[in-house]
Design a protein around this ligand. Structure first.
Ligand code: ADP
Ligand code: ZN
Length: 204
């Protein structure tokens, strides 16, 4: 299975990707995670990407397109995957069509108000990468230290939402026209949302 997970920042794509990975053995390819790893490692790519990410802007298409091309080429033959955070522009989506054939695109629907609330309350575990909330003082899964992502502050969140509406939302029509779009209500508990995703994928 080759999937794209689509949705605004904070719609829960990463959380659902972890569930899907466990259930279906799909590789989870998150452009945001790859970029953050590059920043951490201090690579040239990371240095270049950081200024866009901190401002809540998109990293240039060419940069992420190359990244994805390499990543997909490195997967074993026949390995299913989920793309999380890619594509984010029509240009990226058109490029993706030239390198792979998708089975479905799952669109996670949440209101802007909910997104701001969720991202302001998002905590990430330094040890295992789990996503949780500031209701906890350490990671509920492993006891690790929690941190706030550099781009999870109100101004940057507003810019990311604006970018989503201006550049990424057009992908809903793009994939609907190709009969690949599956829309899921992404409000409620992560487990409930996962049930909805599974039933959509099964009836597809
Ligand atoms: P979120 O979905 O919560 O905003 P991500 O981790 O997916 O977070 O992405 C964080 C940042 O990384 C984005 O705001 C953007 O700057 C950059 N980025 C990730 N994926 C892409 C992409 N496909 N195209 C351009 N920039 C990207
Ligand atoms: Zn943890």
């Amino acid at each position: 299975m080759k999937l794209v997970l689509l949705g605004a920042p904070g719609a829960g794509k990463g959380t659902q990707a972890v569930f899907l990975k466990d259930k279906h053995g799909l590789a989870h390819i998150s452009t945001g995670d790859i970029l953050r790893q590059n920043i951490k490692d201090g690579t040239k790519l990371g240095l270049e990407a950081k200024k866009y990410m901190d401002a809540g802007q998109l990293v240039p298409d060419e940069v992420v397109m190359n990244m994805i091309k390499e990543k997909l080429a490195s997967l074993p033959e026949g390995q299913g995957f989920m793309l999380d955070g890619f594509p984010r522009t029509v240009k990226q989506a058109e490029f993706l069509e030239t390198i792979t054939k998708l089975d479905a695109v799952v669109m996670f629907k949440v209101s802007d108000d909910d997104i701001v609330k969720r991202l302001m309350n998002r905590a990430v575990c330094r040890s295992c990468g789990a996503i949780t909330t500031w209701e906890h003082d350490k990671c509920p899964s492993c006891g690790g230290e929690l941190y706030r992502r550099a781009d999870d502050n109100e101004d940057t969140i507003r810019s990311r939402l604006k970018v989503f509406h201006e550049q990424t939302e057009a992908l809903i029509e793009f994939y609907r026209a190709r009969k690949l779009l599956l829309e899921v209500d992404a409000t409620g508990m992560p487990e409930e949302i996962f049930e909805r995703v599974l039933s959509l994928l099964n009836h597809d």
